[in-house]
Design a protein around this ligand. Structure first.
Ligand code: FAD
Ligand code: NAI
Length: 509
């Protein structure tokens, strides 16, 4: 009994503690303290992007040390790991967005934000050219922003490998708009398939959902889509039940190549049970508005080009370099051999420069382009910049003291200043002791549908590779805890409850 009493008391205490914690966070986010204005006499630090790398930098950066300017065409941070869930309405997109203004209002010293795209970075002139390409533009929509220090966190764009028709006919899955477009298209295909007099072949085509790319984005989306069909579409539109079909096309011999072999097998087996068709060793070569042309090798060893009709085509074949980054690489001789992004050194300084740093998907630091890497790089840079500011502050104090020492009227005064200088020099050595960036891999997680997930987790005894429903609960709690704010966490939980209770919304907005 005593055990149960204690368990009950502990549960009660943690629930009350959790409520207070949540309440305090809500209060804090609603009533931020007053901010100091930015000081234009300080070094201007320009940060491009509001993604994982840049926001993680801003989170830990002491903004009172610099005149900080953030430029991004997106005035919010997006929690990408839950984006595939927005394509089917399991989660509403606004639940995983955090307005950058909310976040910046909490910094000690104000940060200037411009909603604009960097169109060119002039490395020699130390200027970023920006353009407001949003729907509403004022008389001034293009300008230049000079910088002393620049952090490039512009991420990557979708790779198409120059395959004809991809940009025109497929949906990508990187931004909120992409998820909204896919959600609308799924419902459009279903409703169009049930149109009066639709021919059986056309019904089949419309209900064929093709996903190209068997990386985590493609796999997670295919899993979410099949869930949507099994849990909701099948019930609301029974006419489509026999023809709705998801196919995942991958050029390599297996999906999820970055996961352990047993998890790859587990995923492929689970997809089979979920009736998702996997077409490995099949490379898409051409895309039209109604079918893709994919190449595979048949049993006799001959290359075969097959036409695969589709209603919805989702293209998830990884990352490509953004034009603004390509242009910057072209200006720096040390970057001429790089193809995949900005080469950086162990302190994330763009090679060939001394005042430009790069984080996340646009930087090549020998790590996979993931949110985990980008976030750790961002926090590293925040520590580096805080340390650089402290170093400058101590050095200028030291300079002042050495002048005071020279002017000191007697030995006693000189010794006193000397003592202060020694203390400062010790502090300076401590502050300067900052090692290079080191990435800590915490593991990889992916949702594979039917309430199952796979996880390759770094454990203190080695690596733990696990898959199934328990892993799915781990996946949910891990991503919930990683959400940007308490507001995001509450909204995501509410969306999960809503989808479970009422089903996903099948209206086409
Ligand atoms: P991003 O987060 O992409 O941010 C780039 C920012 O730059 C954006 O704000 C953008 O608007 C801005 N920008 C773009 N162009 C310009 C410009 N010209 N000027 C100024 N600003 C610009 N990784 C994981 O580790 N775990 C996961 O579970 C996971 N799930 C994912 C799911 C999906 C669907 C996707 C697409 C990716 C996922 N990733 C995941 C990968 C992860 O999202 C990226 O690695 C991460 O977003 C990279 O961070 P970043 O800061 O480099 O770029
Ligand atoms: P990816 O680069 O991981 O996978 C793309 C896949 O598309 C590759 O397997 C490639 O062989 C295939 N492909 C390329 N061209 C093709 C063609 N013409 N025809 C058929 N297949 C083709 O890309 P993804 O999934 O978009 O991920 C990008 C990054 O984001 C990765 O680093 C990934 O780890 C990370 N990410 C992580 C997630 C997680 O941890 N859960 C979720 C989503 C993304």
């Amino acid at each position: 009994w005593s055990f149960f009493r204690w368990t009950w008391r502990l549960t009660y205490l943690s629930a009350v503690g959790g409520l207070f914690y949540t309440g305090y966070n809500i209060y804090k986010s609603k009533y931020p303290p007053d901010q100091d204005p930015p000081d234009p006499n300080k070094k201007t630090l320009v940060i491009l992007g509001t993604g994982w790398g840049s926001v993680s930098l801003l989170k830990s950066l002491d903004t009172s040390n610099y005149n900080v300017i953030v430029i991004s065409p997106r005035n919010y941070f997006l929690f990408t790991p839950l984006l595939p869930s927005c394509t089917t309405g399991t989660i509403e997109h606004r639940s995983i967005m955090e307005p950058i203004r909310n976040f910046l209002r909490h910094k000690k010293t104000a940060v200037q934000f411009y909603e604009a795209e960097a169109t060119k970075i002039d490395y020699e002139k130390k200027v970023v050219y920006v353009s407001d390409d949003s729907e509403v533009r004022g008389d001034t929509s293009k300008t230049e922003v000079p910088f002393d220090m620049l952090v490039v966190g512009t991420g990557a764009e979708n790779a198409t490998f120059g395959i004809p028709g991809v940009k025109e006919h497929s949906c990508f899955l990187k931004e909120v708009g992409d998820a909204q477009k896919i959600r609308k298209r799924i419902m459009d295909c279903c409703e169009t398939a049930t149109f009066k007099g639709q021919e059986p072949e056309e019904v089949k085509r419309l209900l064929h959902m093709v996903v190209v790319g068997g990386g985590p984005t493609g796999v997670e989306f295919a899993g979410e889509l099949q869930d949507f069909f099994e849990n909701d579409l099948r019930k609301w539109i029974p006419e489509i039940a026999n023809n709705f079909h998801v196919t995942l096309v991958e050029a390599l011999p297996s999906v999820l190549p970055m996961f352990s072999k047993n998890l790859i097998d587990y995923t492929e087996q689970t997809f089979k049970e979920e009736t998702i068709e996997i077409r490995t060793k099949t490379a898409v070569k051409n895309v039209t508005d109604r079918y893709i042309e994919a190449e595979h090798v048949d049993a006799s060893g001959q290359k075969v080009l097959e036409k695969i009709p589709y209603g919805l085509l989702v293209w998830a074949t990884g990352n490509a370099v953004r034009p603004v980054i390509k242009d910057l690489m072209g200006q720096i001789p040390a970057q001429k051999d790089s193809r995949r992004g900005l080469l950086v050194n162990e302190y994330l300084v763009v090679k060939g420069t001394d005042n430009i740093w790069a984080v996340g998907d646009c930087a090549i630091a020998n790590y996979a382009p993931t949110a985990q890497v980008a976030a750790q790089e961002g926090s590293f840079l925040a520590r580096l910049f805080n340390q650089m500011a402290k170093t400058e502050e101590i050095e200028s104090e030291l300079h002042g003291l050495s002048e005071a020492q020279e002017k000191a009227p007697n030995k006693e005064a000189r010794d006193k200043v000397f003592g202060q200088m020694k203390d400062l020099q010790k502090r300076l050595r401590r502050v300067k002791q900052m090692g290079p960036f080191e990435y800590t891999h915490n593991g990889s997680l992916a949702y594979i549908g039917s309430e199952k997930a796979v996880a390759d987790i770094s454990w203190w005894t080695g690596n733990l590779a696990t898959g199934g429903q328990l892993t799915y609960f781990f996946w949910r709690s891990a991503y919930l805890s990683m959400c940007f704010s308490t507001r995001n966490r509450i909204l995501v939980i509410m969306d999960w409850i809503k989808a479970k209770t009422f089903g996903r919304d099948v209206s086409r907005e």
